[in-house]
Ligand binder design. Structure first.
Ligand code: OOG
Ligand code: MG
Length: 261
């Protein structure tokens, strides 16, 4: 794809987010679009957002669990960037009118204390760089019509990044067996889906290892202080105004938010 095209499409996708109106997926117009084109458009979107004064606060991984791969019919892990304006504090409200057709999913997230880069970092090396483990809910909001996309499309939409709710229980990683932890997602006190830490590539640290590897290929790295979402453990579930949504991670804590108009 030409640089001019990449810039134009990045503007289109960022604009769709800003005006909250979905667009036709790019691969319908450009069937030859590649994964590389998708990440190039994503990087242009990041530039646009930084120009507007937003700051990167972390990175999210996607399609790291069977539940998400099956739901979205994409089986290759991806990443996208998280910005300051996307963060919602535990117990706060989200106005559904700010978004297009949001869905919520439960994730295990890490706050990093060391920079990380390189390929094939071990679970031990990753966990050694983790400051805290936090329960998070990611709210994905594809800017594509009917939440319908192929791999290059979703990359060009900053991997559907929209909002994330950070729990108030920050746990030191020592002594935790993340692969064994049960994770519950509930809406209005009904459990709508559940899973276990191992659903994320066997262990959530493997997702961070994969991210470090992907970033190092473009000369990037994970930075100390960033929050890393390791990928949905549950399916992503739509919700409506008036709902109260909660995630509980056994032995770690919970995160919750209310949905308003
Ligand atoms: C794409 C983002 C995937 C995850 O945790 O798997 C994702 C989407 O499902 O819209 O965030
Ligand atoms: Mg996610």
């Amino acid at each position: 794809m030409e640089q001019l095209e990449i810039k134009r499409l990045a503007k289109r996708m960022n604009n769709a987010e800003e005006i909250k109106r979905d667009v036709t997926r790019i691969t319908l117009e450009y069937p030859q679009m590649t994964v590389d084109d998708g990440y190039k458009i994503q990087r242009e979107i990041i530039k646009i957002k930084m120009h507007k004064g937003h700051h990167i606060v972390g990175v999210k991984m996607g399609f790291t669990s069977e539940a998400k791969m099956v739901q979205m019919k994409i089986d290759k892990p991806i990443y996208g960037y998280l910005f300051d304006y996307m963060r919602i504090e535990n117990g706060a409200s989200l106005s559904i009118n700010e978004l297009i057709h949001p869905r919520v999913e439960s994730e295990i997230a890490f706050i990093m204390k060391k920079d990380l880069e390189g390929d094939s970092l071990s679970i031990e090396e990753i966990m050694d760089a983790v400051d805290y483990v936090v329960p998070v809910m990611e709210i994905v909001d594809s800017r594509y019509e009917n939440f319908n996309f192929n791999l290059p499309d979703v990359l060009a939409d900053n991997s559907s990044s929209s909002r994330f709710v950070v729990g108030n229980h920050f746990k030191k990683p020592e002594g935790l067996h993340l692969e064994r932890l049960k994770v519950f997602l509930s809406i209005n006190d009904d459990i709508v889906d559940q899973g276990v830490g191992a659903a994320v590539l066997g262990h959530p640290a493997n997702s961070v290892s994969m991210l470090a590897n992907m970033l190092s290929k473009i000369g990037g790295r994970i930075l100390a202080g960033q929050i890393i979402l390791t990928g949905g453990i549950t399916k992503a579930i739509p919700f409506k105004s008036g709902d109260t949504i909660k995630t509980e991670i056994e032995g770690i804590g919970s995160a919750a938010f209310n949905v308003v108009d």
